[in-house]
Design a protein around this ligand. Sequence first.
Ligand SMILES: Nc1ncnc2c1ncn2[C@@H]1O[C@H](COP(=O)(O)OP(=O)(O)OP(=O)(O)O)[C@@H](O)[C@H]1O
Ligand SMILES: [Mg+2]
Length: 342
Amino acid sequence: MTDQTNSSKETLLDIRELKTYFFTREGVVQAVDGVDLSVNVGEIFGLVGESGCGKSVTSMSVLRLVNKPGRVVGGSIKFKGIDLLKLSDAEIKKIRGDRIAMIFQQALPSLDPVYKIGDQIVETLQVHHKQDRQAAWKQAVNLLKMVGIPDAERRAQAYPYELSGGMAQRVMIAQALSCEPELLIADEPTTALDVTIQAQILDLLKELRAKLSMAVILITHDLGVVAETADRVAVMYAGRIVEQATTVALFDHPMHPYTNGLIESIPVLDQTKERLNIIPGMVPDCIGLPIGCKFAPRCKARVDNKMTVCTDREPQLIQADKEHFVRCWLYQDCGQHTPNVS
Ligand SMILES: Nc1ncnc2c1ncn2[C@@H]1O[C@H](COP(=O)(O)OP(=O)(O)OP(=O)(O)O)[C@@H](O)[C@H]1O
Ligand SMILES: [Mg+2]
């Protein structure tokens, strides 16, 4: 876990009540439904949850890259006070890839197969900095060095197919950094890589954040990755944030039963354990979600009697501690009774 003091507390990105729906023939997919989160200048912010919980749609909403049949239907996304949802297409295009950059799980398909990697970075540099080719090439090589590509001068001449998965991921990071973004959104940047390379890429992100005081939103389904890398973390479930805290607090005092389930399902090297504790059931389809808490059908702490507040009414995200927020009836007055925690 990293130290919070690394980052200043100035807010960089502030998302309030974000709702992004997909209007499909099968019904309205409420992929993101009332997300609140804020990212501070220079911090690594982990966004974690199982597949389909809305992590990518949240980040695509920030960059205004959600396409039909999807659309942002409510909320605000303020980046240094500017509401990104209110900008014109030309204005958001200027911010995208300049002040906010994004990298994806699969690096290779994001790189153009017919251009040398150096040329691809040069092109981005020239768009953003109006540099001449020679200066841009020199800077491209420096960026490749910065992300730890050995023999960067020679590698700049390589084509994407000549790179390993880890190298391609480094090249994509170098390309994202070429515009010196204030925010880097990394969507599952290490999922496709083996464990050693994964650790190297996460170390690189930490190092770059410190060097460039750039904030990073690290999207992952792996709480282990968050524990190693993030300052703060938000746990998502069915399009909502169910818990948000500093990484230290989240692991020391997890509050939401879903967070507990995720922590218990982190693999441990323990010969005495035969299998992992998995959370029973599946992430619900985001069409026609149940009323009440969306996690209730899978929740061990759910109240199962006549006054089933958990399945009747949705809890709010409440502040449980200075930097700790949770959305669960266990921690708020439901006007009925206190649910059983056992
Ligand atoms: N183009 C689309 N049309 C319809 N539904 C969509 C579309 N894109 C995403 N969704 C739905 O939105 C929900 C959230 O998807 P999202 O891709 O954000 O999940 P995720 O948390 O990033 O999952 P993963 O870990 O698998 O990447 C899912 O139910 C998904 O099926
Ligand atoms: Mg995703």
